[in-house]
Design a protein around this ligand. Structure first.
Ligand SMILES: [Fe+2]
Ligand SMILES: [Fe+2]
Length: 264
């Protein structure tokens, strides 16, 4: 079956998310609302990783050593994102995300708005697909779909964060500069831009996560059938994420999600 190198190749081919649709317009018109909506995804993703790690470890779809294979890989992401073993509660990504929007709101003299209904629906759709909600995760094919979705989301995130950061800097240079220069009141070693700047690009944490996801795949995706399921999960999450960024009707992704429950 595919080696780690071959999985890298497959992932590069499948991760096509450069179409961020209406995102530029959203960022131009209301960067605060966009960021509030965008962090909805950012808050769901580590939660979904935690859920699938726990579920697959218990259900052992790839045999009795499933937990040993996936535990360290997913555990590293969960600890980093959610700070479960962190000495400092503030040193976690969800908190940094919240602080980014609070500082952005302060810059505009506004309070932090509620996320839009569409963003909340998309985040839920993303979470449901990603965590294999409603599927039998003891079935190796369903488990392969969620591992593919995990990998797809990490690869998409590498590009997404870079593009969002770039658009924000381009359309709101004063805000961007302010976020880069402003240390967080509750965590003075870190500036307000950190949540955006630490994720994207070659050196970002998403790149590290993406490699973990491929290591997991190379360990457990051992048949052509499982590879098809893994690829379907990868493509599925890319479609869900493209939907978020193009702001099409969330029902499209929900239908897709229910279809893929029966892959292959
Ligand atoms: Fe994060
Ligand atoms: Fe990630």
């Amino acid at each position: 079956m595919q080696t780690l190198e071959e999985f890298k190749q497959t992932a590069a081919e499948l991760s096509t998310t450069t179409n961020l649709g209406n995102t530029e317009q959203q960022i131009k018109t209301d960067p605060l609302q966009f960021l509030v909506d965008y962090i909805q995804l950012g808050l769901k993703a580590p939660y979904a990783v935690a859920v699938i790690t726990g579920a697959l470890g218990n259900l052992e779809p790839f045999g009795s050593n499933t937990h040993d294979i996936l535990g360290p890989i997913h555990g590293a992401i969960v600890v980093e994102e959610m700070g479960m073993e962190s000495q400092n509660f503030w040193d976690t990504h969800p908190v940094l995300a919240r602080m980014l929007v609070e500082e952005t709101a302060a810059f505009f003299g506004r309070s932090v708005p509620e996320p839009t209904t569409a963003a909340k629906k998309w985040a839920q759709s993303f979470f449901d697909f990603y965590s294999g909600a409603g599927t039998d995760l003891s079935d190796p094919n369903c488990a392969a779909v969620v591992l593919g979705a995990h990998a797809g989301s990490e690869f998409t995130a590498i590009k997404e964060f870079s593009i969002v950061s770039g658009l924000l800097a381009m359309h709101h240079p004063d805000l961007y500069h302010h976020l880069e220069e402003t240390p967080l009141a509750k965590f003075p070693g870190i500036t307000a831009i950190t949540w955006l700047s630490c994720h994207g690009g070659e050196d970002g944490v998403e790149n590290i996560h993406a490699n973990f996801a491929l290591e997991a795949a190379a360990e457990v995706i051992k048949t052509p059938e499982l590879l098809r399921s893994w690829e379907a999960g990868f493509k599925g999450i890319v479609t869900v994420l493209n939907g978020f960024f193009t702001w099409v009707e969330p029902a499209v992704a929900l239908r897709l999600s229910s279809t893929l429950q029966h892959v292959p």
